[in-house]
Write a protein that binds this ligand. Structure first.
Ligand SMILES: Nc1nc2c(ncn2[C@@H]2O[C@H](COP(=O)(O)OP(=O)(O)OP(=O)(O)O)[C@@H](O)[C@H]2O)c(=O)[nH]1
Ligand SMILES: [Mg+2]
Length: 313
């Protein structure tokens, strides 16, 4: 039996919209199915059956998969990275053939991409970019990699913790493109039972990833852990140790067994403490967005670039 996305299609959720005449958030009833359609460009069939989701990856350049639970910060990572990369002369564009040309919601997301990237209203970004493939090119137009941002439920659903990965993820695993997995974790996230379940889900992905794939772990929302900063910068080793303790077993597979290189590099992956920026609640129920300092996207991009260029180890 194929797994359906875990939403009660009859249960309305409440979303807030800005109102010119009121200072209090004005509730608007939005059905989960509408959220899934508008935010992720999913068809009704795909909403009912996650395994019906079809994606097309036409370019043979490396794929970078942002693997993270819902609200872990994948979309904002894409927003922050895009702003940074464009400022450095890279070209960052959504891939229009990733989703069906018939998906007007996806084509609209692509149309609004540039506007969304420069918007300092965070809700704007997260509601427009939901399920998207974005290509990064150098300033001559040569593709470097493509980054996949997908709904967090496809990787880990807190209400359905052991659900299998959707079929399209397995299809990506079977493709010839080189792959880099960016496993997103958050320090002190929720409670230990959710963290343990998410760790299990990461490990179950690692079980099926070929050993030639590259792996980066990122501790997202590092800005929320001010106690682990020195001179305005995150103390990466302390983030690393806390993540290792809070998500049991996620690093174990990547222990470097080489007797020489393991002396200075104990694991075969890269680790980054990352922040997309600071988010402040607005009276209208939205959020303002202040981008993080450039060293965050620069650090993440350095690891991604090395992974996709194959210059590790
Ligand atoms: N403090 C802090 N909050 C963040 C950061 N990145 C994201 N957030 C918050 O997390 C919320 C969700 O971020 P998204 O980027 O939409 O998360 P996502 O992983 O794309 O979520 P789904 O698309 O639902 O899977 C944002 O609206 C912000 O409130 C960050 O770097 N720091
Ligand atoms: Mg998202």
């Amino acid at each position: 039996m194929p797994k359906a996305i875990n939403v009660d299609l009859d249960a309305p959720v409440v979303a807030s919209t800005p109102s010119a005449t009121q200072t209090e958030p004005k509730p608007q009833i939005v059905k989960p199915s509408e959220v899934l359609e508008e935010t992720y460009g999913l068809t009704t069939e795909e909403i009912l059956d996650v395994n019906a989701i079809k994606v097309t990856i036409s370019d043979p350049c490396p794929i970078v998969i942002l693997f993270g639970a819902k609200t872990s910060g994948k979309t904002m990572t894409l927003v922050r990275l895009t702003r940074f990369l464009r400022s450095q002369g890279y070209r960052v564009e959504p891939d229009r053939v990733f989703r069906s040309a018939n998906s007007s919601a996806y084509q609209e997301m692509c149309d609004k991409f540039d506007e969304t990237i420069t918007n300092d209203n965070a809700a704007g970004g997260t509601s427009v970019i939901g399920f998207m493939l974005v290509t990064i090119r150098d300033n001559n137009g040569n593709p470097i990699c493509q980054i996949l941002e997908a709904p967090g439920e496809h990787y880990f659903d807190e209400d359905n913790r052991t659900s299998p990965f959707p079929r399209y993820i397995n299809e990506i695993l079977a493709m010839k493109n080189r792959r880099t997995w960016v496993f997103i974790v958050e320090r002190n996230w929720k409670d230990s039972s959710v963290r343990n379940a998410y760790a299990e889900k990461i490990i179950s992905m690692q079980d099926i990833i070929p050993s030639s794939d590259k792996v980066i772990f990122t501790c997202h929302k590092a800005d929320l852990s001010r106690g682990l900063f020195k001179n305005g910068r995150p103390i990466v080793k302390q983030f690393f140790n806390d993540i290792k303790n809070q998500y049991p077993g996620i690093f174990a597979r990547y222990t470097n067994s080489n007797p020489i290189t393991s002396l200075w590099k104990p694991y075969n992956f890269e680790f980054v403490a990352f922040s997309s920026g600071v988010f402040n609640k607005l009276q209208d129920g939205g959020q303002s967005y202040t981008p993080s300092q450039d060293f965050y996207p620069a650090g993440l991009w350095e690891k991604i670039r090395k992974a996709v260029m194959g210059s590790w180890f």
